[in-house]
Design a protein around this ligand. Structure first.
Ligand SMILES: [Ca+2]
Ligand SMILES: [Ca+2]
Ligand SMILES: [Ca+2]
Length: 294
């Protein structure tokens, strides 16, 4: 039955492609429901990008390559996902449509490239790279052209563009240990907002831009914290790392580095802690889909 359906689908698709004359559809692609979470999982033998519901039901696999694929991040319209892949030896930012089509290497550079985050207008992607002296934050058009460097002076990584477009947060060790910095999208006004002795990393803006989740080891093991956009009112939420906010700002998904790692969810206000994967496979780097486009 399944084979018959596949054959029928092939025939229908083949007919469509022939009539359109191109493998690139011109109609807008459907965006993912807001409850969808993209993540990296090891269930097929090596890390691949998957989509699941926010209750852990697997919806789709988006990548199929023996190399490491992880760290997905959504375009603001929920139609595309950028991710980090080691299918070239240096590591690249790839992009794929939320239906698994349209895979493209955006960086194609012999240095490390990763840590992608989209601008809220969908036109640009900020990322980290060590292609020139030091590891800096760079910005490019969403098609991979027009690369510009935004930061120098330390090892800078994990950029995150705020959803109102006014700021980019990132991790830097320029002051001696890892801190969360914020800057304007043109690279001006780079400011350390954590100033703490531990390693602060992986900033994630709340949808309203008022808060940042991040990871810190300031009390020993890595934990997810929330602070306001000025770096004040710091609250510890749960042991783990790699935080990502739900589109309504009420919940934060994160990784707990157990063996194998699992994806957990906690209320942004605290409480409600739950493991949503609980499989015998690794699940990590969750990315909650943006609010559904109207
Ligand atoms: Ca893979
Ligand atoms: Ca590269
Ligand atoms: Ca620090």
């Amino acid at each position: 039955m399944k084979a018959l359906v596949s054959i029928l689908v092939s025939i229908v698709l083949g007919g469509l492609l022939t009539s359109v004359g191109s493998a690139t559809p011109t109609h807008p692609r459907a965006s993912a429901p807001a409850g969808t979470i993209a993540f990296a999982g090891g269930r097929d033998g090596n890390p691949e990008i998957y989509l699941m519901t926010d209750t852990g039901r697997i919806l789709r696999r988006l990548t199929r390559d023996p190399k490491y694929d992880a760290d997905p991040t959504w375009s603001p319209d929920g139609r595309r996902i950028a991710f980090y892949s080691q299918r070239t030896s240096s590591g690249e930012v790839f992009v794929v449509n939320a239906d698994g089509t349209g895979l493209k290497n955006l960086t194609r550079n012999p240095a490390h490239d990763g840590g992608a985050s989209w601008s809220p207008d969908g036109q640009s992607i900020v990322f980290d790279s060590d292609r020139a002296s030091g590891a800096g934050i760079y910005v490019m058009r969403a098609n991979g052209t027009g690369v510009r460097r935004l930061t120098t002076g330390g090892t800078d990584s994990d950029p995150a563009w705020s959803q109102d477009g006014s700021a980019i947060a990132f991790t830097s060790n320029r002051d001696g240990n890892d801190e969360i910095y914020v800057m304007k999208p043109d690279g001006s006004g780079q400011t350390n907002i954590t100033n703490a002795p531990g390693a602060e990393a992986q900033p994630a803006w709340s949808p309203d831009g008022r808060s940042l989740a991040f990871t810190s080891d300031r009390t020993g093991a890595k934990a997810v914290y929330v602070m306001d956009a000025q770096g004040e009112h710091v609250r510890k939420l749960a042991a783990g790392d790699e935080p990502s906010w739900s589109s309504d700002g009420r919940s934060i998904a994160f990784t707990r580095e157990t063996n194998p790692p699992d994806i957990w969810v906690v209320n942004a206000a605290g409480g409600g802690l739950r493991n949503i994967t609980r499989s015998r496979f690794a699940e990590f780097t969750p990315a909650w889909a943006p609010a559904k486009r109207r």
